[in-house]
Design a protein around this ligand. Structure first.
Ligand code: 3PG
Length: 213
């Protein structure tokens, strides 16, 4: 398995983290094809559905998708995710127990933090990249920029309320490592089996990145 540092670097290279909610683990394989075909072989598979573990297993087994687990709120879920092949663990907030289990299991932890106190708590646990979540309702890009200012060594993965229209606001902030969002993989398109449409959305998101560069 890739080291946490390598996974961190790869996330930064891809710059986008599609947040995926799968209702049916059978959708994981065609979704992985759509992500790879769209030029973004990355997925944060959320533990919001019972299909998460099996979906992570399917996508990770391919070997060409950077698969993480999202919405992880307990150490037990960390174990389930890592056993299934997840190489990073994203949480909506900061849990010491979750971060410590990630360290034990040798995977990158990306806990949520939207205040200076939360960032400081993350730093105390050795975490230097946090998920700024929910980004939109936490003040958006201006708030993230202000929060990042005192923390020179901290980088952020803003997620929540981000889409093609405001992506550039976040990517233009130096402290932003990558941006997460579900807009590239709408749950209804997946449920309807419209993977060509998903691939198109993914490719469009990737195309926006080159405009940023
Ligand atoms: C998440 O789980 O990270 C968020 O639900 C994603 O937020 P979005 O749906 O607004 O992109």
């Amino acid at each position: 398995m890739s080291s946490p540092q390598s996974v961190h670097t790869q996330l930064g290279q891809h710059r986008l983290v599609p947040v995926v909610v799968l209702d049916n683990a059978a959708d994981a394989a065609p979704l992985a094809d759509a992500l790879v075909g769209g030029g973004l072989p990355v997925a944060e598979v959320t533990f919001r559905t019972a299909a998460a573990v099996e979906s992570i297993r399917t996508m990770a087994a391919r070997g060409d998708v950077l698969v993480g687990a999202g919405t992880v709120v307990t150490p037990e879920q960390v174990d389930q995710a890592v056993d299934a092949g997840a190489s990073y663990v994203v949480s909506p907030g900061l849990s010491r127990a979750v971060v410590e289990r990630c360290v034990e299991r040798g995977v990158l932890a990306l806990p949520g933090a939207v205040t200076a106190s939360e960032v400081m708590a993350a730093l105390e646990l050795g975490v230097t990249t946090v998920k700024f979540f929910p980004a939109g309702t936490s003040g958006g890009a201006p708030a993230l920029k202000a929060l990042a200012a005192p923390f020179g060594d901290v980088s952020f993965v803003p997620t929540g309320g981000i889409g093609p229209g405001n992506l550039h606001e976040y990517l233009s902030i130096a402290a932003v490592h990558a941006v997460g969002g579900s807009w590239m993989v709408p749950r209804d398109l997946v449920a309807e089996g419209k993977f060509d449409d998903v691939q198109t959305l993914v490719a469009k998101a990737v195309a926006l990145l080159s405009k940023e560069a």
